[in-house]
Design a protein around this ligand. Structure first.
Ligand code: URA
Length: 242
């Protein structure tokens, strides 16, 4: 992790505003590696240095895990020169962690996106070998029926000839526009849309509602996010243990 301004580190950890911290530091309450510091602007690596306030060690957390209900028109990336990214939606206090989205949702897909700086966990969760289920809620132009359920279960062949792993389709509403939940175990490019296309149906709305056993918090409005609880993080980790 790169060096960060001391007042920013302490601000992130909830020790006060920049102005308050300037005073606290000026009055000699803060030590870095055993030495009293006088400037709030000094650059410190919170993982390598010991920071104390009034003799109390500041425990800096290394990893951040955020669940976002991604809205449409926002890109699942850390940087884009045309569109807003999911990182642009985060409060500044999270940016020191250098977070990135765990996998991608299309620009027009909504729903659960985990944003973290834990590269190892992200890599494991996204690894095709782990077969972590991802569940989507979709609106589809056309009637979905039992034949589709069977085809998804047997493995849909995509437009590039790839045969998708068996997936579970649950019909929620039948009609000219059908509503369904689909659970897949891999993450090919535009996979859900392409699976339905292979059945001559067009996805008109897509939302991810779960990853592994972790469900989207439906209390989060589009664009809202919050940190995962320890319990939720365990649920996510447990999704990989098979
Ligand atoms: N499948 C898609 O087609 N789009 C997504 O965003 C996610 C899965």
């Amino acid at each position: 992790m790169k060096k960060i301004r001391l007042d920013k580190i302490l601000g992130n950890m909830g020790y006060g505003s920049r102005k308050e911290l300037k005073k606290i530091i000026k009055y000699g309450y803060v030590k870095v590696d055993g030495k009293i510091v006088s400037k709030s602007s000094i650059q410190v690596n919170p993982h390598e240095s010991i920071i104390e306030i009034n003799g109390e060690r500041v425990e800096y957390k290394e990893y951040i895990y955020i669940m976002m209900n991604k809205p449409q028109d926002v890109i699942s990336a850390t940087y884009d020169n045309r569109h807003e990214t999911v990182i642009d939606l985060l409060e500044e206090k999270y940016l020191v962690f250098e977070p990135f989205p765990m996998g991608r949702l299309d620009i027009d897909t909504e729903g659960m996106l985990i944003i973290t700086n834990d590269g190892k966990l992200s890599h494991e969760i996204l690894s095709p070998k782990k077969h972590i289920p991802k569940t989507y809620y979709a609106h589809v132009d056309g009637r979905i029926d039992e034949k589709d359920i069977k085809a998804f279960k047997e493995g849909i062949t995509l437009d590039d000839g790839y045969k998708a792993k068996p997936a579970q389709l649950i019909i929620k509403e039948r009609g000219e526009v059908s509503k369904a939940e689909l659970t897949i175990y891999e993450g090919k490019f535009h996979q859900v849309k392409r699976m339905f296309e292979a059945r001559n149906k067009k996805v008109t709305y897509l939302k991810r509602i779960a990853m592994g056993n972790l469900k989207l918090d439906e209390g989060l409005k589009l664009g809202e996010y919050r940190e995962l609880t320890d319990e939720e993080l365990d649920i996510l980790r447990q999704s990989m243990l098979k």
